[in-house]
Design a protein. Structure first.
Length: 62
């Protein structure tokens, strides 16, 4: 996670599609990953529904 956050590609809000591209995984896996990261308190759902959902990083948890 820390490696991804400090990479140049990790700019602005994250989406499931962006996470799938960053981690080179299937979109279904990315969706499960993001749900887990939200439940652990690393990401927060900001806006949107379905494909338009955006998440932000909660830096105070790192």
């Amino acid at each position: 996670m820390l490696r991804l956050v400090t990479s140049k590609e990790f700019k602005g809000p994250i989406t499931t599609a962006k996470w799938a591209k960053l981690t080179s995984c299937h979109i279904d896996t990315a969706n499960r990953d993001i749900k887990a990261l939200v439940s652990y308190g690393f990401l927060k759902q900001e806006e949107g529904m379905g494909k338009n959902t955006h998440y932000s990083l909660l830096l105070n948890t790192l």
